[in-house]
Design a protein around this ligand. Structure first.
Ligand SMILES: NC(=O)c1ccc[n+]([C@@H]2O[C@H](COP(=O)([O-])OP(=O)(O)OC[C@H]3O[C@@H](n4cnc5c(N)ncnc54)[C@H](OP(=O)(O)O)[C@@H]3O)[C@@H](O)[C@H]2O)c1
Length: 180
């Protein structure tokens, strides 16, 4: 199966978006001329698996931000809802996490970027996330869509490294599970 990797930004109080999905608060910071490892991370994956909430937000950008193939997991979206100009790169599938990973394995993927709060929570609950890079933004937004939620069991993490940037962003990388 492809391994699954998270690269995401949260407010210091743990939200990835406001309740209405707004993420403008992520983009109001001075450009420090550093992409926080995003390009290297993107280059390391074969493609993305995203939830419907993330897909709907990305569609609202107007410009499609990904070069890599994207699989959208949704049981409610019409599989034909992919805009025609992205049909070669985007699929909407009503599959569970293990099913989609099995399909992507057969397609030759070895590393997947999993994105979207509820989707990440579900992959974590199923023990399918290998590592997480979490960038904490120095802002409290009080309420919103959380990165983490309830779990069927504790998930122990191994801390690899933390980098504090001049912007005030603090990025930590964790393996999921105990790593000797
Ligand atoms: N801060 C950041 O770096 C960052 C990163 C990514 C996203 N975001 C923001 O976060 C928001 C989206 O996150 P979100 O947590 O609301 O939604 P999400 O995780 O992107 O999508 C959740 C939806 O995905 C579908 N889904 C299919 N299989 C699923 C599964 N196994 N587990 C969970 N959901 C599954 C469900 O839709 P159906 O009901 O259609 O099946 C579910 O409602 C957007 O505003 C986006 O802009 C921020």
């Amino acid at each position: 199966m492809p391994t699954c990797h998270v690269y995401i930004a949260t407010s210091l109080d743990g939200f990835i978006a406001r309740p209405d999905g707004d993420i403008e608060w992520l983009h109001q910071w001075p450009d420090i001329g550093d992409d926080y490892g995003y390009a290297d991370f993107m280059n390391s994956v074969d493609g993305l698996i995203i939830g419907r909430g993330t897909f709907e937000k990305v569609l609202s950008f107007g410009k499609w931000p990904y070069d890599k193939p994207v699989v959208v997991l949704s049981r409610t979206l019409d599989p034909e809802a992919v805009p025609a100009d992205r049909a070669d790169r985007v699929r909407i599938l009503a599959l569970g996490p293990t099913e989609v990973l099995d399909m992507l394995r057969r397609e030759g993927w070895s590393r997947a970027y999993v994105d979207g709060g509820r989707l990440i929570q579900s992959f974590l609950a199923d023990g399918l996330i290998e590592d997480m890079t979490i960038t904490r933004i120095p802002i409290l937004i009080g309420t919103g869509r959380p990165l983490f939620g309830t779990l069927p069991h504790d998930v122990v993490l191994t801390h690899f490294e933390t980098t504090a940037y001049p912007s005030g962003f603090v990025q930590s990388r964790y393996a999921v599970g105990r790593v000797a």
